[in-house]
Design a protein around this ligand. Structure first.
Ligand code: IPE
Ligand code: IPE
Ligand code: MG
Length: 252
């Protein structure tokens, strides 16, 4: 049996052990990792301790996805709007990103995870851009899971950038405006891949400008745990809730 077949078998067994139907797992899961600041404040600590601890949850949940065989995970790590936070918090988040990439690269190799990034990455500090580019290049050949970090990301900005891209092609005479349809607009996005499930922690019930186009028919689950305390057991509970939902896509 090929290693791939063994892996498929293991993932299915792992899913069943968690009370999940391996055939109906989300193919693209997106997570809004919220509550780091509140978690730190509750311990009487500064907000950035929450971001640091949140990185441990990222590792746990990413590994849980790989083990279940979920092929695509997109994590909201830093929004367009997060640039408005105090400069010190932004600086700590950018340092943590560089630290995370250095620390997690061996795990990405080991678990054959391909790293991608979406957002206006040119706004990130040069050190973060360089670390990101290196990790993306080093993992470009992996196919077991795609892990996408949304950084300096806004859903509206993504749509604006896609419109500009299409407008440039129209202006260059390469594209007829009448040819613009959902498939072409989707393909002009940073990553137009349809999302099946959005999980947001910390009990909030909003999208906060995350993947506006891609989540058009996604299921949305809000979990009360703050991101640093969100466990693999909580994650499995969210997936069971997802599998209880009936996705109708407008049909009867
Ligand atoms: C999520 O946690 C992480 C980022 C937005 C970068 P928050 O920092 O938003 O934590 P709360 O919502 O203030 O608790
Ligand atoms: C959304 O969380 C962005 C990320 C998780 C990176 P926020 O904490 O920034 O969202 P709001 O401000 O509560 O909507
Ligand atoms: Mg928040």
């Amino acid at each position: 049996m090929s290693p791939f077949a063994t892996e498929v078998h293991d993932a299915a067994a792992e899913a069943r052990a968690a009370g999940l139907d391996p055939a109906r797992l989300p193919r693209h899961l997106a997570i809004i990792m919220d509550g780091n600041g509140r978690w730190a404040s509750r311990q009487g600590w500064e907000r950035f301790f929450g971001h640091r601890r949140g990185a441990d949850t990222v590792r746990a949940i990413t590994t849980a996805c790989v083990r279940l065989g979920i092929p695509r995970l997109t994590l909201y790590a830093f929004s367009s709007e997060n640039w408005q936070r105090p400069a010190r918090e932004v600086a700590v988040l950018m340092e943590l990103l560089v630290e995370y990439l250095a620390r997690e690269l061996p795990t990405l190799h080991e678990q054959q995870i391909r790293l991608c990034a979406i957002g206006r990455l040119e706004r990130l500090p040069a050190t973060a851009q360089a670390a990101l580019r290196a990790a993306i290049a080093a993992t470009a050949g992996y196919r077991r899971m795609v892990l996408t970090l949304a950084l300096s990301y806004g859903g509206r900005a993504e749509l604006v950038d896609a419109c500009r891209e299409l407008a440039r092609r129209v202006a260059a005479g390469e594209l007829d405006p009448e040819e613009i349809d959902e498939a072409r607009l989707g393909a002009a996005l940073y990553d137009g891949e349809e999302v099946d499930l959005v999980i947001r922690t910390a009990g909030e019930q909003r999208l906060s400008n995350f993947l506006l186009w891609q989540t058009a028919y996604a299921e949305f689950i809000s979990h009360p745990a703050l991101w640093p305390e969100f466990t693999v057991a909580d994650f499995h509970a969210c997936l069971r809730e997802y599998q209880r939902r009936e996705r109708r896509f407008g049909r009867v």
